[in-house]
Design a binder for this molecule. Structure first.
Ligand code: MG
Length: 368
């Protein structure tokens, strides 16, 4: 089997809530998602998706994903998409860095491998743990009382884990954390995610002011060293996300005892292949993970479900159902949230069928 063509689609994903806001005044209203179709010489298609959280969250942006896929296309046409190790090596040799560009291609290769083997990606990753995967809900940054109300509103959807978007003025963030902690019920989990938005002194003010609340602190500062400084000045449980970009970063963080949980985003580390390597290492290290991506529609939600559902439950801190945050469906067959949980499909590959009307005309086609 060989890749005979690569088709690239662009899909706008507007938000149900209209706007998603996080640290330092950043927000997105419509996500720019890219879907890749790998067409093979025996008439199959595999699909993958990459959707940056705007152009200013990680070093990634929508048009960059599409340009990068064009850059990689010549090294992929004519190759066996089910030989995923060599495909990843070819991508890494053809384009240094740019992990998010490679993520959708790698995802489409896993979709094809599953279809060829007639196995779900979850089964290829080792099989399901448990019946379903518990999800968290990100609470967009707003005034404290509105964020507390949104925690209560999303509890009605079955969520028990809530991630507050903070990283603003320390006094406002202290108020946000207290307001949300006040409405928590027994068994619920609260995370305050600053998304790199605090200086060390800001972060220390916040962690001191909420030291008696049951809350995790996530990625307070931009640099790893500053996060480690804050980590060493708080007794609160601690999550790293933006700094955990590869295995080397994970090993350094583990060696420094820099975090209690990591956030594993598929496109941040370069695709499902590398995300699974990190997942397996975290399992060995007994380090819990939130399994997710920077953003996405149905195809990314399906990929998250396969990776998360094949992760032991004790190490599955949470996962994300991005398709419930957006108004556009780019595929059918993707997991749908039920009572705050989702489950990976048992169908071959990612278990999705792309909605070709939603994808529209390909914005680029590369063929031999
Ligand atoms: Mg985060």
């Amino acid at each position: 089997m060989k890749i005979s063509a690569i088709r690239v689609y662009q899909v706008d994903l507007p938000l149900v809530e209209g706007r998603y806001s996080w640290s330092e005044g950043k927000y997105v209203e419509v996500f720019d998602s890219t879907v890749v179709e790998l067409v093979t010489d025996d008439g199959r298609s595999g699909f993958g998706e990459v959707c940056p959280l705007g152009p200013f969250y990680l070093p990634a942006f929508g048009p960059g994903a599409r340009a990068g896929i064009g850059e990689l296309s010549a090294s992929l046409i004519g190759q066996d998409p089910t030989a995923i190790g060599p495909i990843n090596q070819r991508m890494d040799r053809a384009l240094l860095g740019h992990p998010y560009v490679k993520s959708a291609i790698d995802m489409a290769c896993w979709d094809l491998l599953g279809k060829v083997c007639e196995k779900s990606v979850c089964d290829l990753f080792g099989g399901k743990f448990g019946e379903s995967v518990a999800l968290y809900r990100a609470i967009s940054q707003r005034p404290a009382d509105e964020m507390a109300e949104n925690v209560a509103a999303h509890r009605a959807d079955g969520y028990t884990k809530f991630q507050l978007k903070v990283g603003g003025r320390p006094a406002d963030d202290i108020e946000r954390i207290h307001a949300a902690a006040d409405v928590l019920t027994d068994g619920e989990i609260l995370v305050a995610d600053a998304n790199t938005g605090w200086r060390v002194d800001d972060a220390v003010r916040v962690v001191n002011a909420v030291r008696d609340r049951d809350v995790y602190i996530e990625q307070p500062c931009r640099s790893y060293e500053h996060c480690l400084t804050v980590r060493r000045r708080t007794s609160l449980p601690f999550i790293l996300d933006e700094n955990i970009t590869n295995i080397e970063a994970l090993m350094r963080g583990h060696s420094d005892a820099a975090m209690d949980v990591i956030n594993l985003k598929i496109s941040k580390v370069g695709g499902l292949t590398k995300a699974r390597q990190i997942r397996d290492l975290c399992v060995t290290l007994n380090l819990p993970m939130t399994i997710e991506d920077s953003w996405g529609g149905d195809i990314i939600t399906a990929a998250i479900a396969h990776l998360a559902h094949s992760t032991p439950e004790a190490l599955r801190f949470s996962a994300t159902d991005f398709n419930s945050y957006v108004t556009v469906r780019n595929a059918t067959g993707a997991p749908q949230r039920v009572a705050g949980q989702m489950r990976a499909s048992d169908e071959p590959g990612l278990g999705i069928e792309p909605d070709m009307d939603a994808l529209g005309t390909a914005v680029a086609v590369y063929a031999d």
